[in-house]
Write a protein that binds this ligand. Sequence first.
Ligand SMILES: NC(=O)c1ccc[n+]([C@@H]2O[C@H](COP(=O)([O-])OP(=O)(O)OC[C@H]3O[C@@H](n4cnc5c(N)ncnc54)[C@H](O)[C@@H]3O)[C@@H](O)[C@H]2O)c1
Length: 256
Amino acid sequence: MALDEKVIVITGGTSGIGEACSRHFAGLGAKVVIASNQPEAGVALQDELQAKGQEARFIETDVAAEEDVENLVAQTLDIYGRIDCLHSNAGVWREGTVKEFSEDDWQAIVGVNVKGNFLLLKHIVPVMEQQGQGVVLITTSVAAFVGFPAHALYCASKAALEALIRCLATDHAGVIRAVGICPGTIDTPMLRASCEGWDIPEDELLAQVAEKIPVRRLGQPEDIAKAAAFLLSDDASYINGTSLMLEGGTLALPPW
Ligand SMILES: NC(=O)c1ccc[n+]([C@@H]2O[C@H](COP(=O)([O-])OP(=O)(O)OC[C@H]3O[C@@H](n4cnc5c(N)ncnc54)[C@H](O)[C@@H]3O)[C@@H](O)[C@H]2O)c1
């Protein structure tokens, strides 16, 4: 896997899928810039990876705030001089139909999931253009393709990212390779938070969900990390403008 020496900025790199990606990329020899709004976890992860002799820096970042994104890009360039890959993975989840969302829900979901991506790309695409190359990987979701009950805003925010991946591949052809990864049901703090409010215990609920997935288990963050490393690597150099489903075959099930 050719990630050796690549400078990879990963957002949301301190929890769940992003944390597993930060660990995996660093283990494969990448120089990993871990960006998130979880400073304690970020510094602890940075220190742990550095203590193992790996290359990792944490930069506290709210991806929905342009000055934070500008700082992330400036600091990364100061430290490493380039950005080979962006893995835009930070995301927030909230429930609700179109009848229920508040201004706060809109700001949180659209602000992080959609605007956060636009801000990162606004400031990182010019760097990649100057370098002559770069790879952008965005964590979307099967929610972009399925109308999950009472998830209108979340699903729509992830569908926007699928369109964005195609736009990046056409607008920046020859320079940027743009790919998406669509997790299904991955065992992370976000998934566990989504179990609140059900009248059966969390583990029982997740066991029932796992039983319905064709591979008969929940996804683990490491499942995503291994696929993400491949998509970022030169081995995936002909994969562009599309997304990889990582849902254990859930979308292959018949709709009854
Ligand atoms: N867990 C799943 O089943 C699943 C399924 C499909 C898609 N996803 C997507 O995968 C991504 C990672 O989710 P996860 O399950 O690991 O969740 P998580 O809650 O464990 O991690 C989310 C990360 O995003 C960061 N983040 C949130 N808002 C931020 C902001 N404003 N600025 C910077 N960082 C911010 C958090 O600090 C955290 O590190 C998300 O985009 C999510 O939508 C998850």
